[in-house]
Ligand binder design. Structure first.
Ligand code: ADP
Ligand code: MG
Length: 1015
């Protein structure tokens, strides 16, 4: 270099220098870009779920000599997720330096579709790819340097090339099979072929090159990314999408009328990952097929779980509609929707081809060609299966079918599709109720999603969409706000629909508005029946008696349907159960869609919960049962091993079905959830408060007897639970987690609305900790839990972590707060508003001493309430607020309360953003604390100033034992003050400082100074 750095500014910059400097800067920038845009690049490479982009980039980098063979294999380690492979590549590229980064960006530009490309190409820092085809010294080398174009040339010619290689003795039949494995896409087959040839040496390579040069590209081959779809296929796609559109534009709950289309009424539902403990942005509809939450890249099946009425079918229907309108799921050229309840009626054995064409859409011409296209382009195809829980057979992977033309019973086809032994690579979306999922299914899943119904704003939005008249909508919403139990129920879309539908009855209720699920279904019963004969619109109970025959007919149909896993009824079945035209005209039965028009009309209940409700009405109102089914209905799941509940249940009635397919085979998937729902309704219908309804409908004595039976069953069920509570492990409280029936029993007790039963049930419970984590507890369950638990004799710790309690649920829990000594609500979507209500009640409860709220939606808006709690309750022990959004201001407010508190022992603020300022405020409030034992400020952006302040707590507090400061940015000076403070303190046991701003040498040195420091 001439002259010193300082001289540069005075020199005139020559054009070449500028160019050179520019070039240099670009290279450097490329490397920086790879680092800074890591997430975007990763998403661009991997978010489609297909590995094709990544593999194409790898082809280019190999060809350009930027990756060694070992690098290449290292990036594609088998069994790793696509994203993990992507990350590996980015790490590698970055370590290889600026030039490789530039080439990588250029490769990315070449591979990505235009929309995605812009973000990286605009930077102008990608290098240009070397495109000149230099004369290669060997064929093997040519295979490498021309890999990208060879991969594309080989597609459609793989079979021919393989034949040539086998014939010439270069390939064994194992290699032949390996390349042709149907799990590979055509491009992957081409790559595998090239990789094998590479290991065979020069003569195989030259043979392959010759083959490619001499063989014309096969006409039927389609380039993988942008297939030039043949005409027949485009026609078929059109036909399929118009049939999907016709099936999905109306919801059956709106009677298939045009005044309310799915597009008009569809409201976002909450979708979550089932074991999600980290906050993430909310998932949307398209995430059903996006890579988010994937647990197994190799698997193709996405399982969407949700309770009855949580909106599973509607969600699929929405996806179908959007696809058919070209508004979503653009990656899928063909979408085949299936309904499991309909597949139940398929008696014949079918091949996959027949299944697709006969059940979804018949191709007018070119069937073979279309089916081949499907086989060759699995990644362009989507299958959806709604309601796996309603399939007659339970999932099993016993029978394997791998050949798409082989015929098999429909459920066997379905199970093989789900597992991926059939139609590997085709994305499948399956919905089911959670209770009905066989554990064996889980290992075949690409990912699992959980539908949690409407959010509070979703309810609002739905009601406004349902009622075009804003004053009506406002009135409905107002009455929901005044009845929080009902508001809680409205998180379930089906209940929200009923409540909106029955707004007239609802608004007429006055004080005693609906509280339970049964109340809501009685509303819809009344609504539909009175709608039918509006003239006799009497407020009294007479309406029920008037329609008793209809209720019994529909009830028997519903009941027999549930006992036999039948949800779609033919005209002859309706006749069998004496269902008349008049009964149908009530509106509870709707014409079944999707059954081919050649068939005569089939009917189904508006919703499965309505079918369960009618079955319950039948159990309560019918007198002609040989044996009463109530005890069997309430039997618990774990007793099913000895007595198949459905079978016993069926045996209580004379079945007029000739075949009873599921008897003796074990309970089917749907049986448990349906019987549980029906049982819940039976409990509700037999509640004292509804007795007036049944006057003159059946004998009072019989009703009383049934009511007593239910009470006895519930009490027995509870006792059984309590007896089976496992002994606690040391340090853990008794857990009831393994018994999902517990929540169901609680809900039945709530439906019964008799405190006596709740009291009786709780009198025998002796635990100090109730653990109901991951139990899918929402506001509805909270209402029931509070109704029952408030009668507990001794206070308990209530652990409701990882549910969907939300603010409405919190409000529902208030009636049982007085028996909670600790409340664990980690990961429950609670906001500051929920906390306000919770604490307002909490300060009045003597037992309440601990709260854990890790991973909710809390901000500085909640800290004033905690501050108030701390000032007011001088026996409060523990506050844990980790992983929320609390900043320095929130910490200052907390500090205000802490100044006045003499009892708090644990304070956890892990993963907030309180920074130095917040740490200083807390430290000054806590510095002379005689109660604080444990303080965590992990991951809070605390620096040296914060550490200085915190050392005052160590210096002055007589109680502190553990201080957690891991993942902050404390430097040597900060640690110095902590060390100095520790010198005067013997009761502090450890100060955690892992991952702060310290060099290895500094750590080594400080470790020696005080062994209580943990680095
Ligand atoms: N996202 C939604 N937007 C509007 N209404 C919905 C939505 N999801 C469900 N519903 C209403 O609830 C009813 C029941 O939903 P459904 O999808 O059949 O539930 P599931 O299949 O989970 O039992 C629907 O018929 C519809 O009236
Ligand atoms: Mg459904």
């Amino acid at each position: 270099m001439t002259g010193c750095e300082g001289g540069r500014s005075s020199r005139t910059v020559q054009p070449e220098d500028a160019e050179h400097g520019n070039w240099h800067a670009k290279r450097m920038f490329a490397q920086e870009l790879v680092l800074k845009r890591r997430t975007e690049i990763l998403n661009a490479l991997c978010s489609s779920g297909s590995s094709e982009h990544l593999e194409k980039v790898l082809d280019i980098l190999l060809a350009q000599g930027r990756l060694t063979w070992e690098d290449y294999q290292g990036v594609q380690a088998p069994g790793r997720t696509l994203y993990a492979n992507g990350r590996q590549l980015l790490d590698l590229i970055h370590t290889k330096g600026a030039d490789t980064c530039g080439l990588f960006l250029a490769a990315l530009e070449q591979v990505l579709p235009e929309e995605q490309r812009a973000a990286f190409s605009a930077s102008g820092c990608s290098a240009s790819l070397d495109e000149t085809e230099k004369a290669q010294s060997s064929s093997a080398e040519t295979l490498l340097t021309q890999r990208p174009s060879l991969v594309s040339k080989l597609q459609g010619r793989v079979d021919g090339a393989l034949d040539a290689l086998v014939e010439s003795g270069h390939f064994s039949s194992t290699e032949y099979d390996d390349v042709r494995l149907p799990i590979h896409t055509p491009a992957q087959q081409a790559r595998r072929l090239l990789d094998h040839v590479r290991s065979k040496g020069e003569s195989a390579a030259s043979l392959l090159l010759q083959f490619i040069q001499q063989t014309p590209e096969s006409g039927s081959s389609l380039s993988q990314d942008r297939p030039a779809f043949p005409k027949e296929l485009r026609k078929y796609q059109k036909k399929l999408s118009s049939s999907v559109s016709a099936q999905s534009c109306f919801l059956s709950t709106y009677g298939g009328t045009s005044h309310m289309s799915l597009g008009d009424i569809f409201t976002e539902v909450q979708i979550d990952l089932p074991r999600n403990s980290n906050s993430h942005s909310p998932l949307g509809l398209e995430d059903v097929v996006s890579p988010v939450g994937s647990v197994n890249e190799e698997a193709d099946t996405v399982l969407v779980l949700g309770e009855a009425g949580s909106g599973k079918s509607t969600l699929l229907q929405r996806l179908h509609l959007l696809w058919s309108q070209g508004a979503a799921l653009h990656d899928f050229f063909l979408l085949f929707p299936f309904s499991c309840r309909r597949l139940n009626s398929e008696q014949k054995e079918l091949s996959v081809q027949e299944l697709l064409f006969q059940h979804c859409c018949w191709p007018d011409r070119g069937q073979e060609e279309i089916f081949h296209f499907i086989l060759d382009h699995p990644h362009l195809i989507l299958f959806t299966f709604d309601g796996l829980d309603e399939l007659k057979e339970r999932f099993s992977d016993e029978y394997r079918v791998c050949c798409p033309t082989q015929r098999a019973p429909v459920h066997v086809l379905l199970f093989n599709l789900i597992q991926g032994s059939l139609m590997k690579g085709v994305r499948k979306v399956v919905t089911s109720r959670p209770e009905a999922v066989d554990p064996g299914l889980k290992k075949h899943l690409h990912k699992e999603l959980l539908l949690k119904g409407f959010s509070p704003s979703g309810i609002d939005c739905f009601v406004k969409k349902h009622h075009s008249d804003p004053t009506v909508a406002a009135k409905v919403l107002e009455s929901l706000q005044a009845n929080t139990a009902l508001l809680g129920l409205c998180h379930s879309p089906v209940l929200c629909w009923i409540v909106s539908q029955c707004h007239k009855e609802l608004l007429g209720c006055g004080e005693g508005g609906p509280q339970t699920i049964t109340d809501v279904y009685i509303l819809i019963l009344q609504h539909f029946l009175q709608h039918q004969s509006p003239l006799q619109n009497s407020r009294g109970a007479g309406w029920l008696q008037e329609h008793l025959q209809t209720i019994l007919h529909l009830g028997q149909l519903a009941f027999q349907g549930i006992a036999n896993n039948c949800y779609i009824f033919s005209a002859s079945e309706l006749e069998t159960w004496a269902v008349t035209e008049k009964d149908i005209s009530t509106g509870f039965l709707v014409r079944s869609k999707n059954i081919s028009p050649a068939d005569c009309a089939h009917y189904e209940f508006l919703h499965v919960t309505i079918q369960c409700f009618f079955a319950a009405l039948y159990i309560v109102l019918s007198g002609n049962t040989d044996r009463c089914p109530i005890p069997k209905l309430f039997e618990l799941q774990n007793t099913r091993k000895t007595c198949v509940r459905g079978a016993c249940f069926r045996a209580c009635f004379h079945s007029r079905y000739e075949q009873e397919p599921s008897v003796g085979k074990g309970a089917t998937a749907a049986e448990t959830p349906n019987l549980q729902i029906a049982a819940t309704f039976v409990a509700g219908l037999l509640s004292q408060r509804h007795q007036g309804l049944w006057l003159h409908c059946c004998s009072d004595a019989a009703l009383q007897k049934k009511g007593r039976q239910v009470a006895r069953c519930l009490s027995k069920g509870m006792q059984k639970h309590f007896r089976s509570i496992p002994q606690p492990v040391q340090g853990e409280a008794k857990s009831m987690h393994a018994m999902p029936d517990f929540v169901w029993l609680i809900k039945c007790i709530y439906e019964k609305q008799e405190s006596r039963i709740a009291k009786d049930a709780m009198s025998k419970l002796e635990v100090d900790h109730l653990k109901l984590t991951y139990c899918n507890i929402g506001p509805v369950e909270c209402t029931a839990i509070a109704f029952v638990l408030q009668h507990l004799k001794n206070p308990v710790g209530l652990q409701l972590d990882n549910n969907s309690v939300g603010d409405v649920g919190v409000e529902q829990l208030l009636p049982c707060m007085h028996i909670c000594n600790s409340l664990h609500l980690r990961n429950n979507n609670i906001t500051d508003e929920g906390i306000r209500k919770l604490i307002a009640k909490g300060i009045q409860c003597d037992n309440f001493q601990k709260i854990a709220l890790f991973n909710n939606c809390l901000t500085d808006g909640c800290t004033q309430h905690f501050s108030h709690l701390l000032k007011t309750k001088q026996d409060f022990l523990s506050i844990r607020l980790g992983n929320n959004n609390i900043t320095a201001n929130g910490a200052k407010q907390l500090a205000e309360g802490l100044k006045f508190n003499r009892s708090l022992r644990y304070l956890g603020l892990w993963g907030n953003k309180i920074g130095d300022e917040g740490a200083e405020a807390l430290a000054s409030a806590l510095q002379s604390s005689n109660s604080l034992v444990w303080l965590s400020l992990v991951g809070n952006g605390v620096g040296t100033a914060g550490a200085h302040a915190l050392s005052n707590i160590i210096r002055n507090s007589s109680s502190l034992e553990e201080l957690w400061l891991t993942d902050n940015s404390i430097t040597r000076t900060g640690v110095e003050s902590l060390i100095q403070a520790l010198e005067k303190n013997t009761h502090v046991k450890s100060v955690w400082l892992i991952n702060n701003d310290l060099s290895l040498e500094e750590i080594e040195e400080m470790k020696k100074r005080d062994s209580r420091l943990v680095f």
